[in-house]
Design a protein around this ligand. Structure first.
Ligand SMILES: Cc1cc2nc3c(=O)[nH]c(=O)nc-3n(C[C@H](O)[C@H](O)[C@H](O)COP(=O)(O)OP(=O)(O)OC[C@H]3O[C@@H](n4cnc5c(N)ncnc54)[C@H](O)[C@@H]3O)c2cc1C
Length: 318
């Protein structure tokens, strides 16, 4: 494009340019160059999504006002900065925000949707995820994903390389945690269902001592290796007397100090707050587990969980 412009320019310009011809041509060349640089249809290579400046994984908080990036209506591209395995089938994906001072803009308790177009079917695949980072983290956000061998989104995410773009939209979901919305929260999580709980726990603990909400979490998994973020949860429980975590494994190793088997009604009664005003129960896990928990909770006097949950429900199912 540049070369042809120069050839044309050479043919049309007088041999000894005076200002009458030279400046309009100069302006034309500058404008043409600008469009060549910026207008994707002028490029010979296929259009790519908006490039995002490279950023380092961690950024110290700055005094600049953080800019929330999420858009609830539009999918936006976020580059994969890094990824690391935290267990045999769980990977954390760190996605970059446009500027080091930007925040995702996700209220505690809500989640995002990741999406891609399946090349085989041409259909858009969208799945919900609850980032494990918060808006205290600037310039990036972390999504913890349990990868299923036959999962559509799992396979897509697993194949991503650093620098690839991931489409996301949000915030989504009925739960927005606000300090003082309850006095005690009982949580039951299974597997990767711990991610929304982590969001809420972090939000509560970040507001201590103003937020006095007590949290009790029952966290169920199949094996010890399936427990994700155990070190994070244990550290928070150690530091904060208002947060307690109890682990349940269906296949426990030797010297296991948590419970063995499934989450039972007796366990909920023993470990979680009773059904009374000021108490909220949060549930997240595989469908079968959620169904059993809803029955136990109702038998223990809690409100029936609604199919479409509302923020103020006594039993809230993510
Ligand atoms: C509000 C919300 C927040 C969520 N947050 C997270 C999160 O932070 N991290 C995360 O990893 N997931 C989260 N999920 C689950 C996530 O949205 C997907 O359902 C999951 O990643 C599987 O998607 P997939 O496309 O890989 O598998 P799919 O193609 O949907 O499923 C393929 C197969 O995977 C297996 N599978 C899928 N989901 C489950 C399950 N829950 N239990 C057992 N087997 C299953 C089944 O064998 C299924 O047949 C969340 C879900 C919701 C509703």
């Amino acid at each position: 494009m540049n070369r042809s412009l120069n050839i044309e320019a050479q043919g049309l310009l007088p041999t000894k340019p005076d200002n009458t011809y030279f400046y309009p041509w100069l302006l034309f060349v500058v404008v043409a160059f600008y469009y060549w640089i910026n207008h994707e249809s002028w490029h010979s290579h296929p259009a790519k999504s908006t490039p995002v400046p490279p950023i380092t994984p961690t950024h110290p908080a700055t005094s600049l006002k953080p800019r929330p990036i999420l858009d609830p209506d539009n999918l936006q591209d976020y580059p994969l900065l890094s990824k690391w395995d935290i267990s045999h089938n769980v990977t954390v994906f760190r996605l970059g925000l446009p500027q080091p001072t930007d925040v995702l803009g996700l209220p505690s308790g809500q989640h995002i949707a990741l999406a891609f177009t399946d090349p085989e079917t041409g259909k858009v695949v969208a799945r919900s995820y609850t980032p494990i980072s918060t808006d205290d983290d600037r310039g990036y956000f972390d999504v913890l994903v349990k990868l299923y061998p036959d999962g559509l989104m799992s396979k897509h995410l697993q194949a991503l390389q650093v620098g690839d773009l991931v489409k996301a939209r949000g915030p989504k979901g009925a739960m927005v945690y606000k300090p003082g919305m309850c006095e005690r929260i009982g949580m039951i999580a299974g597997g990767s269902g711990v991610t929304p709980m982590l969001q809420i726990i972090k939000a509560v603990l970040a507001q201590r001592p103003t937020d006095t909400t007590q949290i009790d979490l029952i966290y169920a998994n199949r094996t010890f290796d399936d427990i994700v973020l155990k070190d994070v949860l244990d550290e928070m429980a150690e530091k904060d007397p208002g947060f307690k975590v109890h682990y349940v494994l269906s296949q426990a190793p030797e010297n296991w100090t948590g419970s063995i088997g499934h989450v039972t009604k007796a366990m909920i009664k023993e470990r979680l707050p009773p059904a009374q005003a000021g108490t909220k129960i949060m549930l997240c896990g595989p469908a079968g587990m959620q169904d059993s928990m809803k029955i136990y909770l109702e038998e223990l006097g809690f409100d029936k969980a609604r199919l479409v949950p509302k923020r103020d429900d006594q039993v809230f199912c993510f």
